[in-house]
Design a protein around this ligand. Structure first.
Ligand code: WT7
Length: 622
């Protein structure tokens, strides 16, 4: 098999930056010294005594060290000339703009942290954040972390049940939300959804509401407070950044797993901070003169690590854009890139494929000459979309960093660096210090280009420490299939040059437009409708979205299939779980295929749908 290889432009050579080989060699020779050196580039309240303690890939990092990620995100920069540098440039979907310098961001975060503390939020308490993409979303995350509380950001595109479930699981004491937000020309009534969601969350004591869209919202006295009222209070003593143990939790981020309940992935201050810092520096090569734009929402891991923490720890200027890429026209991002002089742009294959559909004319209308580096994340990028992104957006001059990682890994694991020769569709090689292998079902290494399970083989500081309140599940999902190694759940192949090619999920997770959905979540959304007896969903390949959801539904007696019911069920899932979980199509069946023990045979439905081999069906019920 011959693949085209793209070499980096000469302009990217950096004499002041160690090359990939040099870093990797160092990491290989002495991983402890390697990670300790990176960690010590950051500020610690108290140095750590041990770098890593654990077995296999899991363990604790930077033991005895005292730190706070916010000390490195804000306090450190506020003491230098960077206090005058822009931290955040924000643009709303309707075109309004705001900017915050590092000084201003630090001031706002400190004020909100003081407010939170005065409301009785303590170290270790959970705070749920359900916000549109506005600066207050980032401010809320940082303020929570500053006082040592634990944030759980819930994507603003999720609906009532998803929000409620996540608040219940985390036992959140406080919710920070907004009256609403704009997305793709529509208003999302966040406070209204939140009011509904908190009805059955006993732990919840207070709600802080940011006025953003200016819509009238119902406020419950003694429970709901406007952000702006709280922030204008006279605050006597502003809080200091709380020194935390390196292993203290920083955030919980719920993500879809193989069971109906979303999993609360737990990341900690020390290791996550180090991973976010070095990966942003290596992969995006961020410099003070850069302007960086990652289109992710802070409600996802990409938005935690590569909108918020990674760029800010590196002292970068970032663009936060509230809305969708085609509002009002499908050149909104190209317009933003030219307007703000963006030099590093990071987005998803789904977005690229979606915008590619509108043709070259849209990016051509804008001056994108400031761009020097592009990035892709969330799902495999097909070579056609890669080449379009490279040519039409990057003018053939900007290497594309196809970054492979997960909510659980906290940081990018497999990715090119700017100087790496690129193969469209491959995420290249493990980052320095990381190890990856492709294994067969029985745990043997696969041969060149043979498809197998992707595992991570070396410990790295930002790997999730546990699943919230479910350490057994954490062990079972990630460490039981291949003992001593971390199982990603993905299949991939490794080519003759040591380049990784991710194929896709091997489990009950479907990536729709790069969003991660569990089949069980969508199914329980369907089954919660009074007409539905049973439901099974599968992922079906789609040109733009990567995959879409196809649902198979058996109705309860007294209900019969109709187009109206199909539409009603789609809307129901959209309302219960969130718009991203809506099935693309629904097939009504009398019965779903099941094993004799009653398990729905999703595999069989999928094989039939995609015209694949149906495999072993001996367990099929009559
Ligand atoms: C899953 C993790 C990590 C940021 C956003 C997604 C898929 C992620 C790539 C890539 C192929 C990718 C995998 C992975 N994935 N990046 N560059 N190439 N597949 O985080 O929601 O936790 O999803 O996304 O299937 O396991 P996530």
């Amino acid at each position: 098999m011959t693949t085209e290889v793209y070499l980096p432009p000469d302009t990217l050579s950096r004499p002041d930056r160690p090359a990939y080989e040099e870093l990797s060699k160092k990491a290989e020779e002495d991983p402890i010294d390697f990670w300790a050196g990176i960690a010590r580039e950051l500020e610690w309240f108290q140095d750590f005594q041990a770098v890593f303690e654990g077995n296999g890939v899991t363990g604790k990092w930077f033991l005895g060290g005292k730190c706070n990620i916010v000390a490195n995100t804000l306090d450190r920069h506020a003491k230098t000339w960077r206090k005058n540098k822009l931290a955040i440039i924000w643009e709303g979907e309707n075109g309004e703009t705001r900017t915050l310098s590092y000084h201003a961001l630090n001031r706002e975060v400190t004020r909100l942290a003081t407010v939170l503390k005065s409301m009785g939020i303590n170290k270790g308490d959970r705070v749920t954040i359900y916000m549109p993409r506005i600066p207050e979303q980032v401010i809320a995350m940082l303020a929570t972390a500053k006082i040592g509380a634990v944030h759980s950001v819930v994507y603003g595109g999720f609906s009532t049940d998803a929000l409620r479930e996540r608040m219940m699981s985390a036992e959140s004491r406080l919710l920070i939300t907004a009256d609403g937000g704009y997305m793709n020309g529509k208003v999302v009534p966040l406070k209204e959804i939140a009011t509904e969601a908190i009805k059955r969350v006993p732990s919840l004591e207070s709600v802080i509401v940011v006025k953003h869209i200016g819509q009238e919202v119902s406020m419950e006295p003694g429970r709901d407070y406007f952000y702006h009222d709280l922030m204008s209070l006279k605050l006597a003593n502003l809080v200091q950044t709380e020194p935390m143990d390196a292993e203290d939790p920083l955030f919980i981020l719920y993500t879809s797993g193989t069971t109906g309940k979303p999993k609360g992935v737990v990341h900690v201050h020390g290791g996550y901070m180090v991973g976010a810092y070095c990966s942003t520096k290596w992969v995006f090569d961020i410099r003070d003169e850069d302007r960086y734009f990652c289109t992710a929402d802070p409600g996802w891991i990409t938005g935690h690590t590569y909108v918020t923490y990674g760029p800010l720890i590196n002292g970068a200027t970032l663009l936060l854009y509230e809305g969708g890429p085609s509002t009002p026209y499908p050149d909104r991002w190209w317009h933003l890139i030219s307007k703000y002089g963006i030099s590093i742009f990071y987005t998803t294959p789904t977005a690229i494929r979606g915008l590619m559909r509108y043709g070259d004319a849209w990016p051509k209308r804008h001056d994108l000459k400031q761009l020097r580096l592009l990035g892709s994340v969330g799902e495999p990028i097909n070579p056609a979309a890669w080449k379009w992104f490279h040519r039409a957006v990057g003018d053939g001059q900007c290497p594309i960093m196809d970054t492979y990682w997960q909510t659980e890994t906290g940081m990018i694991c497999i990715s090119p660096l700017p100087e790496t020769p690129l193969k469209p569709g491959s995420c290249a090689k493990p980052l320095p210090g990381m190890g990856a292998e492709i294994l067969t079902e029985s745990g043997e290494p696969c041969g060149p280009n043979e498809e197998g399970y992707l595992v991570l083989t070396r410990p790295f500081p930002s790997l999730a420490r546990t699943l919230y309140k479910d350490p057994e599940e954490f062990q079972r999902i990630y460490f039981s299939k291949f003992p001593g190694k971390y199982f990603t759940g993905d299949t991939a192949r490794l080519d003759e040059d040591g380049y990784f090619w991710v194929i896709g999920r091997s489990d009950e997770i479907i990536k729709v437009s790069g969003y991660r959905l569990g089949t069980a979540e969508v199914e329980s959304g369907l089954v919660s409708h009074p007409a539905v007896a049973e439901a099974a969903v599968i992922g079906v390949p789609h040109d733009i979205k990567g995959n879409v959801i196809k649902a198979f539904v058996a109705l309860k007696p007294g209900f019969s299939p109709s187009i109206a019911l199909e539409e009603e069920l789609k809307a129901h899932v959209g309302h219960e779980v969130g718009p991203i979980a809506k099935p693309e199509s629904i097939l009504f069946m009398d019965n779903l295929p099941k094993t004799r023990s009653g398990k729905i045979l999703r595999r069989l439905l999928r094989a039939k749908e995609l015209g694949l081999d149906t495999g072993d069906v001996s367990t099929l019920e009559e």
